[in-house]
Each structure stands twice: as C-alpha cells, then as structure tokens.
Design a binder for this molecule. Structure first.
Ligand code: CU
Length: 247
C-alpha cells in the first residue's frame, strides 16, 4: 500500500483472519460513529434547553436508559464471538507436521529443528544431529553497494531460515536471557520469548517468499539489531536441502 496505512500483504492464515476481523470491526465502528454523531447533532440542534418546551419538561426516561444500556452490551457480546473464535484458533496447534524451536538471545536468534532426527521411513532416514542455526544481524554498512544490492539495512540476517509452505508448523518460542518477542508482521505473529517458559504458536504459510521481522520487546542496547529473516519454499526444496546435508 502506497502510504503504509494498512496491514502488510498477508502470507499466513492467521493474518488473513486478523484482517477479516479488523474489517468487520471497522464496519461496526463506522455505523456506531454515524448513529451517535447523528443523534448528538439532532439533540444539539433541536433540543436546546431554554428554547424547546419538550426539553424543559424532560427529566427521565426509563425506556431510553434500557435502550442505551442494552444495545451497546449486545453489540459487545456479538463482537466477542468472532474475537474469541479467532483468538482460540490462533492458539490451536492441531497435529503439526514440523516443529521449530526459537530461542531469543541478547542479541540474536537461535533456531532448532529436530523433526528429521528419527524419521526412518522417509528417504532422509535420520540426520545425525538436529538442525541448529544461529542468526545474527548481517551488517551491510561499509560494504560496497554492489555486493548488497537488494538487501534491506538492519533486516538481513547471516542465516535465513527455510520453512515449508502449506504445512502446519508449530513454533516453540523461548529466551535464554531476557524478554524478547519474535514477530513477523506479514504472518500476523507476535509471540513473547520469556526465559524459563515455552510459548507455542501455530503457523501455516500460504505462499513462497522472503519475510522479515524483528524483536518487538525492548531487550537491551542492541534490541533493534536482532532481525528475523524467513524464506518460505516448497517442501521438496527443503527435503532436497536436507538430503544434501546428510551426504
Ligand atoms: Cu530482543
């Protein structure tokens, strides 16, 4: 979007649902603002205390009180249904195909994938060790511009994490030192990384691409320098990569 007033282009089912809910909310908000605005205008113009006989005699209305208490209450109740549905749906991890453990450090991210350790039935067999990546900020300041063309300053990492598309992923997020927050806006994900606690969130990436994120919890002097970079690709590409690692 030209003026960056909206969400990033959604690439996960979570962000699709969030945007849908946001539009639903916005519609209701507009209706409320128009109705309340119209009522206020009508009252100010037509019922000035000293000019109108009607308003001079008016002191109390039970019916009005019932209406302006119950209508907002029912509106809020109706809004809570899609809101809670979305909230619980985001929390649910039904039979994930792959698990990624994400550990925040001062000031970099570590990733661990050990699903391929003991899959005897598949072609990969078992890898000797879990896949572990440490992903630091890629400093491009001072590097000749020709070598870093297309790179985003402060968003590139030394290692990009490959994740499969159209796969139910489970992300387990924790921290080794202080509070961090692992977030990728175009996935609609923002999960706290707390030391001593394992937070879980599910992810279903819809399309291939390169996705950037960052730490969203002020975690020290280099808080702004621990970006996240995810490459989403077809499952086959990742399996081929794993096969090449095995040999
Ligand atoms: Cu951090």
């Amino acid at each position: 979007m030209q003026y960056k007033t909206g969400f990033q282009e959604p690439s996960s089912t979570i962000l699709h649902s969030i945007i849908e809910f946001n539009q639903h909310l916005l519609t209701i908000i507009i209706v409320i603002v128009v109705l309340v605005g119209w009522a206020l205008y009508h009252i100010i113009v037509n019922f000035i205390e000293f000019n109108s006989i009607q308003s001079r005699k008016f002191t109390h209305s039970k019916d009005l009180e019932i209406i302006w208490t119950s209508v907002p209450a029912v509106t809020l109740l109706l809004l809570s249904i899609p809101s809670f549905t979305l909230l619980y749906a985001m929390d649910e991890a039904v039979a994930p195909d792959m698990t990624v453990k994400i550990i925040g450090h001062q000031w970099f991210w570590c990733y661990e994938i050990d699903d391929f350790l003991q899959i005897e039935s598949c072609e990969i067999g078992s890898l000797k060790k879990a896949l572990r990546y440490t992903s630091y900020l890629l400093v491009i300041d001072g590097v000749p511009a020709a070598d870093t063309e297309g790179f985003f300053r402060l968003l590139e990492t030394t290692k990009r994490i490959m994740l499969p598309i159209k796969t139910f992923l489970r992300l387990l997020i924790t921290s080794a030192d202080v509070l961090h927050s692992w977030s990728i806006p175009s996935f609609g994900i923002k999960m706290d990384a707390c030391p001593g606690r394992l937070n879980q969130i599910s992810l279903f990436i819809e399309k291939t691409g390169l996705y950037y994120g960052a730490c969203y919890e002020i975690c020290g002097v280099q808080h702004g320098f621990m970006p996240i970079c995810i490459v989403s690709t077809f499952k086959e590409n990742i399996l081929n990569r794993l096969l090449s690692l095995k040999n």
